[in-house]
Design a protein around this ligand. Structure first.
Ligand SMILES: *Cc1c(COP(=O)(O)O)cnc(C)c1O
Length: 381
């Protein structure tokens, strides 16, 4: 009964779960170790394995991505103003707020949907301390341009890389740009530990600082050197991460197939725009956003309702913009006139279901609905 009900609605994302039997030996090992958290053996193994897999040198695991983002800004003593994008998940801006800093929203680029580097300089003031861009949908920001601006004005750069697991730019890990990058391992992300996250930083000294901050600022038994918090990943999460890592390539191949089928079926439909990713970047197939432009016979919201009525749980990522939420809409930079591109895209975007276990027939049904709506309206016209 429960299975039937679940099968009825197609979610936009679904956590990848390896066969349960494969996880049991890890759990048995935790029971043998009697070490459940505080930097246990699986925690250390996962940090090493992720460095190797991602091609980075210094990585600190966290209990979730939001705590990791907050800690990243804290580790760099970020106060004052932080330039960021309104087109993201709300945790990006919350992390600035929790550090007592002020978010300054800058508009996005219409093609990449990432923070538009050509608009950053105009937003810099004497109070600006950092830039917090997001690699939205795993599509890399123009990191070279952002780095140049940051160097010119002496600003820190922290990337919210929650969508960008495994992505490379010109062969180099996208996580190796900026002062830090932050990953999320939430269940909806392509690599997950139920909940989890990580900071990638540049040197061992900074890693030590971050590791202290995620453990209450404790230096040793009798010394606390910073007002830290509790951001530690536990052994069950870390063990699951190690298992998940063994499956991540296969899961990604399945996602690539879903992505390809969508592109073949929807690429030529008038009024739909798909996300283009520059050939210098690899793709991780984390999301499948479409833009429903005015040339499409239905509005984005009408298409959303049609798909929802057919039990396809499409999502409006990212609508509303973060700058529309109650805590931020009073900021001068939140004014819609300052963010015309982000406003337009937020009104057009729809994310279609993409996950490794999405069955081909179910995907066909989704595509058929969209194609039929596009065609039927054309006939009517
Ligand atoms: C998922 C996500 C986060 C938050 O990560 P959690 O692990 O859920 O706390 C932050 N930023 C972006 C862009 C995200 O998509």
């Amino acid at each position: 009964m429960m299975n039937d009900m679940k099968a009825a609605v197609v979610p936009v994302a679904q956590p990848y779960l390896p066969p349960l039997a494969e996880f049991m030996p890890y759990l048995e090992q935790i029971w043998l170790n009697r070490w459940v958290t505080n930097g246990g053996p699986f925690h250390r193994q996962l940090e090493d394995a992720l460095c190797e897999h991602l091609g980075v040198e210094h990585l600190c695991l966290f209990s979730n991505g939001t705590i990791a983002l907050i800690t990243a800004l804290q580790a760099l003593n970020i106060t004052g103003e932080v330039i960021t994008t309104p087109y993201s998940f709300v945790a990006t801006t919350h992390a600035i707020h929790w550090n007592g800093a002020k978010p300054v929203f800058v508009d996005i680029d219409p093609v990449s949907m990432n923070l538009d580097p050509s608009r950053i300089e105009a937003a810099i003031t004497p109070q600006t301390r950092a830039i917090l861009p997001v690699h939205v949908y795993g599509n890399p920001c123009e990191v070279e341009k952002i780095e140049k601006i940051a160097d010119t004005y002496g600003l820190h750069v922290i990337y919210d890389a929650a969508h960008a697991f495994g992505v490379r730019r010109n062969g180099r890990s996208i996580l190796s740009f900026g002062d830090m990058s932050v990953l999320s391992f939430h269940g909806t992300k392509i690599f997950h530990t139920f909940e989890g996250g990580a900071i990638i930083c540049r040197d061992a000294e900074m890693k030590r600082r971050i590791d202290r901050l995620k453990n209450f600022g404790i230096e040793d038994e009798v010394t606390v050197v910073a007002p830290g918090l509790n951001g530690k990943m536990n052994e069950v999460q870390a063990a699951f991460g190690l298992l998940q890592l063994r499956h991540v390539e296969r899961a990604q191949e399945a996602r690539a197939g879903v992505d390809r089928r969508y592109r073949e079926a929807l690429g030529e439909i008038r009024g739909l725009r798909l996300l283009e990713i520059d050939a210098i970047n690899t793709r991780n197939f984390a999301y499948f956003p479409i833009l429903v432009t005015p040339e499409f016979p239905l509005s984005r919201d009408a298409l959303y309702e049609e798909l929802r009525a057919s039990q396809i749980a499409v999502r409006k990522y990212f609508y509303p913009l973060i700058s529309e939420f109650v805590d931020y809409r009073g900021l001068p930079s939140a004014n819609r006139d300052n963010l015309p591109v982000a406003c337009t895209i937020a009104d057009q975007v729809l994310c279609l279901p993409i996950f490794s276990m999405l069955e081909a027939q179910v995907q066909e049904r989704i595509v058929d609905i969209i194609v039929a709506l596009a065609g039927a309206a054309t006939l009517r016209a």
